[in-house]
Design a protein around this ligand. Structure first.
Ligand SMILES: NC(=O)c1ccc[n+]([C@@H]2O[C@H](COP(=O)([O-])OP(=O)(O)OC[C@H]3O[C@@H](n4cnc5c(N)ncnc54)[C@H](OP(=O)(O)O)[C@@H]3O)[C@@H](O)[C@H]2O)c1
Length: 314
């Protein structure tokens, strides 16, 4: 099987933009369906990318998108469930439709993004839906469809949804009450994740495999938040909350119109997102340390209103 043309679902997202860019660098022709051009427009400058607005939840549309494609990469995922059933739709129903569309159109290669902690019996709805989706994709692996699954810990990099969020929140308050302070995480660099996807695409040794992706160091959430404050030069007291208070905080924050943290996120954090093994050797990657990259992009993070003010003054 020689892969030349790849369709990337979720290509407009944080990880997606890095994956698409890696694929372009390696000479693949990349096809990216999107639902919001404002999120996707940065990809239009990449040389071998074609883009189309599409409803990827419509099985007929999906089959149409996969015609003439050699491989599909599914990165679609959400962290917060706006409407009830959204996790199931994005993490379970869509992967099922993707597998069916691959079969119907003769696509022979599928790379699927799961998450560390994804488990049909997990504590949170996020984990259960990720686990169910992963299981059904893995079950589809066989003679006609070569599947590879990736399970990263939390992913960091410019525009991540994690360190950047804390960098913004820390700005506002000298005292920062932190829920789930002892949760253990092993952040992995987005560039390493993207390289693993791109390297796996044409490598038969990765067919049928599932890879956990982590960076070199395990941290508690408290250590990470304190690190962000230090990098930003902010003197902050990060107050660790007990289990009960963490749960209550997540319920209250979940009621806010802008979702930063929900009770489901709190339940997800009860399972440590750490890898059992080092970064898979097969990809030939020495994972980037958080301390080597994060200060470079966190330095530019400003609270939104302040940034707009600065932009206007330029
Ligand atoms: N970031 C992490 O720390 C992390 C850790 C472990 C696993 N993951 C997994 O990695 C994948 C990518 O995450 P990310 O951080 O890049 O997230 P992201 O920036 O929010 O991107 C998600 C992508 O999925 C698309 N999408 C989301 N819901 C959709 C829906 N209902 N229908 C169609 N498209 C939809 C988004 O489209 P729009 O651009 O239109 O919104 C976007 O292209 C996800 O599967 C996530 O679960 C991420």
């Amino acid at each position: 099987m020689e892969i030349k043309k790849v369709c990337v679902l979720g290509g407009s997202g944080f990880v997606g933009q890095h994956v698409v860019s890696q694929l372009c660098e390696r000479g693949y022709e990349v096809h990216v369906p999107y639902r919001n051009i404002n999120r996707a427009k940065r990809l239009t400058v990449l040389p071998t990318v074609s883009m189309v607005e599409a409803d990827i939840h419509d099985p007929a549309v999906l089959k149409n998108l996969f015609q003439g494609v050699d491989a599909v990469i599914n990165l679609v995922g959400i962290l917060h469930e706006g409407k009830h059933g959204a996790f199931q739709r994005a993490h379970v129903e869509l992967p099922r439709k993707v597998v069916e569309a691959c079969r119907a159109t003769g696509v022979k290669r599928l790379l699927h993004m799961s998450a560390l902690g994804g488990d049909p019996d997990g504590l949170s709805r996020y984990q259960r839906s990720k686990g169910e989706g992963e299981a059904l994709v893995r079950a589809a692996h066989g003679e006609h469809l070569a599947v590879t699954v990736f399970r990263p810990s939390v992913i960091f990099g410019p525009e991540d949804h994690f360190l950047n969020l804390f960098a913004r929140l820390l700005w506002w308050t000298p005292i920062f009450p932190l829920g789930s302070p002892n949760a253990k995480l092993q952040p992995v660099y987005v560039g390493d994740v993207a390289q693993a996807f791109a390297a796996s695409l044409n490598n038969p040794a990765t067919f049928g495999q599932r890879y956990e992706l982590c960076g070199p160091t395990v941290y508690t959430l408290q250590e990470l938040v304190e690190y962000v404050a230090k990098v930003k030069g902010l003197k902050r007291s990060v107050i660790p909350l007990s289990g009960g208070m963490s749960s209550l905080q997540s319920i209250l924050l979940g009621l806010m119109p802008v979702k930063m943290l929900t009770h489901d996120n709190y339940l997800t954090l009860k399972t440590d997102a750490v890898c059992a093994c080092p970064f898979p050797e097969i990809f030939g990657i020495q994972p980037v340390a958080l301390e080597a990259e994060a200060p470079l992009y966190l330095a530019g993070v400003q609270p939104p209103r302040f940034k707009r003010f600065i932009d206007e003054k330029r």
